[in-house]
Design a protein around this ligand. Structure first.
Ligand code: HDD
Length: 729
């Protein structure tokens, strides 16, 4: 039952208008008696009411019936896409008033901290699927503004698979598990997905993103977000500017390796959820800057692509991203179902100062989101669920329906009225009333696609060309994996044809792995989403000469690498560890913001050489290298001997090496590294240049070692190591 106790959730001190708004709906049973839903105190929650202690249960048992009935109805349909997700509360603050382009209050008042609720998600998998699937990540932000809720329902990739919402059910049917046998779960590596994609050249650009490491982020906290569509900003004078929204993570953009992702899926399928939760619990609040690319209305046709086409980015070289504010996630939800599961985002939740464009994907989404909540949340009153309520008043003449919470006083529920004094009253624009941008429309009603949407390859090529060599290799590997799982050879062949239009070398490498041929002179494939009476010739793709040929912003190599904040470092140690060797490095890493965990052969604690107890976080049974960013082996004769003798420890190091992670060892523990497969690759020297290239640090002086290890960890990964691909782990 509901009471008025303050929320005592994880970070109850993060007070704002939304926490106050949630408080009356938040409850805590500490110190209370158990009751039924009608408030009757329960005397026996262990036994049902029976005809004698060995007799049948009586229908009269209303307590049993209420409990079982509620349980029977606990589940609601999972989201048709983005079913698997994790949420967090936070705040957003704008840096400078944006009045030149938008009148949105929360983008103008620098004194206001706007509460937000963010939900990150994967797209294809079910609610209980792994976080580490190769997939797009949803990045949905609900701003509880003083003018009502504004939802920015984006992804971690700036483009989309299709140009028109009418293709969305086809796309999703193709990527979801196949309908006859419901396999595979949370994976695009199967025939129906690639069958569809190989017939949809417009998805070429998105496929490059999906096959890149962006699809396997290290953390939700280390990925970008994008509003994808071009939206409009409207200022007080009614002037419209086009705008693209970006989220830039302050920790940089980082990924894991594909082999690692698959192993994490087994070792800890909640890896991203846990990472987000733990970061917030430990006070390491994730932060993103909100970026905007602004295009004046008169520049609409200045580009070699159409601003309304959601398969295109505006290269940052053409229109820079201005960082206009910061979002900080500072409180974990109190209850997953009540908040993260029941939150309902909708692209159509906007505020004055923000408006839509005619992007046909955006337009279709405007229908889908409310519609889906009606089924998922059971009726039209889902906006009354606490997490969805705005922090401002809601007054209108909408009434009744399943589970109505609001008790509306008075006789009139219509407008105009005199019996209710004419209220609620319409608001003038000057009073905050929303008015749509009066875009001129003079057109024939027609089912068609603009020819300005027909260039499907130049930005796919721009993306591929902008990647570093390791990133390109990962795209080749990802395609070889995904298409390798496709059973129908014709689909593989068709995809190689499409790839050859993006980059001949890429196509050749994938074709080599699949043992199919690269078509000599591939024709631009026709767009198969053509009407029955359409002439395919009218739908030919056209390749534009891209003005920007390389965009640094597209490569993760160029992300900031100046911090080890929140990185998880494994220390492999056992009884007899050298106290200085372990504590000096631990203290240095922790003061640089990293999280250190000791992994040993037994639980609970280890004793150092000087007889001090150090707590053990995991054993080799409960931890794995794929759950850490780097590894350190401290010195101490007995500890080193135990670790060297532990096959799982050697595997731990081999695997960390294979996944290109920084590895450090006290020189006195070198015998552990010598037991690994990569012992032959240990460099002769450990100066900064070698460390920056190889990511290996072996030194006698542990103070110096700690400094160099921090330098290595801040680089994240040493992809160069992948070249030999011969580490068996
Ligand atoms: Fe969507 C959920 C993002 C295209 C229909 N979408 C959903 C979520 C995100 C996105 C982040 C999860 C929200 C949450 O956490 O609750 N969707 C996108 C982006 C798109 C996109 C960035 C392209 C630019 N979506 C799209 C189209 C349609 C939908 C074209 C339908 C025509 N999306 C839905 C949906 C979902 C949804 C069926 C499922 C659950 C929900 O809405 O609340 O309505």
């Amino acid at each position: 039952m509901i009471d008025n106790k303050e929320s005592e959730g994880s970070n109850a001190n993060q007070e704002n208008e939304k926490t106050a708004n949630l408080a009356p709906h938040t409850t805590d049973s500490t110190g209370e008696f158990m009751t039924t839903n009608t408030g009757l105190r329960v005397n026996d929650d262990q036994n049902s009411l029976k005809a004698g202690d060995r007799g049948a249960t009586l229908l009269e048992d209303f307590i049993l019936r209420e409990k079982i009935t509620h349980f029977d109805h606990e589940r609601i349909p999972e989201r048709v896409v983005h079913a698997r997700g994790s949420g967090a509360h936070g705040v957003f603050k704008v840096y400078e008033p944006m009045s030149a382009v938008t009148k949105a209050g929360f983008l103008n008042d620098t004194s206001i901290e706007t509460p937000v609720f963010v939900r990150f998600s994967t797209v294809a998998g079910s609610k209980g699927s792994t976080d580490l699937a190769r997939d797009v990540r949803g990045f949905a932000v609900k701003f509880y503004t003083q003018e009502g809720n504004f939802d920015l329902v984006g992804n971690n990739m700036p483009v989309f698979f299709i140009q028109d919402a009418i293709k969305f059910p086809d796309l999703v049917h193709a990527v979801k598990p196949e309908p006859d046998n419901e396999m595979p779960q949370a994976a695009s590596a199967h025939d129906t997905f690639w069958d569809f994609i190989s017939l949809m050249p417009e998805s070429a650009h998105m496929i490059m993103w999906l096959m890149s490491d962006r699809a396997i982020p290290r953390s939700y906290r280390m990925m970008e977000g994008f509003g994808v569509h071009t939206f409009r900003f409207i200022n007080e004078e009614g002037v419209s500017h086009f705008v693209k929204f970006h989220w830039k993570p302050l920790l940089g953009v980082h990924s894991v390796a594909w082999d690692e992702a698959q192993k994490i899926s087994g070792k800890d399928p909640d890896f991203h959820r846990r990472d987000l939760w733990d970061a917030i619990e430990s006070g390491n609040f994730p932060e993103w800057e909100l970026g905007v690319q602004i295009v004046p209305e008169e520049d609409e046709f200045k580009f070699d692509f159409d601003l309304l086409d959601p398969t295109k980015i505006i290269p940052e070289e053409l229109v820079p991203v201005q960082r206009i504010g910061k979002m900080t996630l500072n409180r974990n939800p109190d209850n997953f179902f009540a908040e993260t599961e029941q939150v309902a985002y909708h692209l159509g939740h906007i505020v004055p100062g923000i408006d839509f464009t005619n992007d046909p994907l955006l337009q279709g989404r405007l229908f889908s989101y409310t519609d889906t909540q009606l089924l998922r949340l059971g009726g039209p009153n889902f906006q009354e669920i606490p997490i969805n309520r705005p922090i401002v008043r809601v007054d209108n003449n909408q009434r009744d329906g399943h589970m109505r919470q609001t008790i509306n006083r008075g006789k009139s529920s219509y407008n105009p009225n005199t019996l209710g004094g004419g209220f609620p009253a319409q608001a003038k624009a000057s009073e905050g009333g929303f008015t749509s941008y009066p875009e001129r429309i003079d057109a024939k009603k027609i089912r068609a696609r603009s020819k300005s949407f027909f260039d499907h390859f130049s930005q796919a090529k721009l993306f591929f060309d902008s990647q570093s060599d390791p990133e390109k290799n990962h795209i080749v590997d990802a395609l070889s994996f995904e298409l390798g799982k496709v059973k129908t050879v014709e689909i593989r062949q068709r995809m190689v044809g499409i790839l050859s239009l993006i980059d001949k070398g890429l196509a050749a490498e994938v074709a080599f792995a699949l043992r199919v041929h690269v078509p000599q002179d591939p024709e631009l494939p026709i767009n198969h989403s053509i009407p029955a009476d359409g002439d395919p010739a009218d739908y030919d793709s056209v390749m534009q000469e891209s003005v920007v040929t390389i965009s640094d912003a597209l490569s993760m190599v160029n992300t900031p690498k100046d911090s080890i904040q929140t990185r998880k470092i494994a220390f492999l140690a056992a009884d007899g560890v050298d106290e200085k060797s372990i504590t000096t490095v631990r203290d240095a890493l922790v003061s640089a913001g990293a999280v250190v965990e000791i992994i040993s052969t037994r639980h609970n604690y280890i004793m150092t050489e000087s007889d001090t107890k150090l707590p053990v976080d995991h054993t080799f049974l409960t931890a794995a290298s794929v759950l850490y960013d780097a590894v350190y082996v401290p010195g101490g004769t007995n500890s080193v001997a135990s670790i060297e003798a532990e096959a799982d420890a050697v595997h731990f190091l081999n695997e960390a090496f294979k996944h290109c992670k920084p590895i450090a060892s006290d020189l006195s523990a070198i015998q552990v590294l010598e037991a690994t497969y990569f012992s032959k690759k240990l460099p002769a020297d450990y100066d900064d240049a070698t460390i920056l290239k190889e990511g290996l640090v072996v030194l006698d002086d542990v103070d110096q070692l700690a400094d160099k290890f921090i330098l290595a960890i801040s680089q994240h990964r040493f992809w160069e190591r992948e070249k030999p691909r011969k580490i068996p782990a």
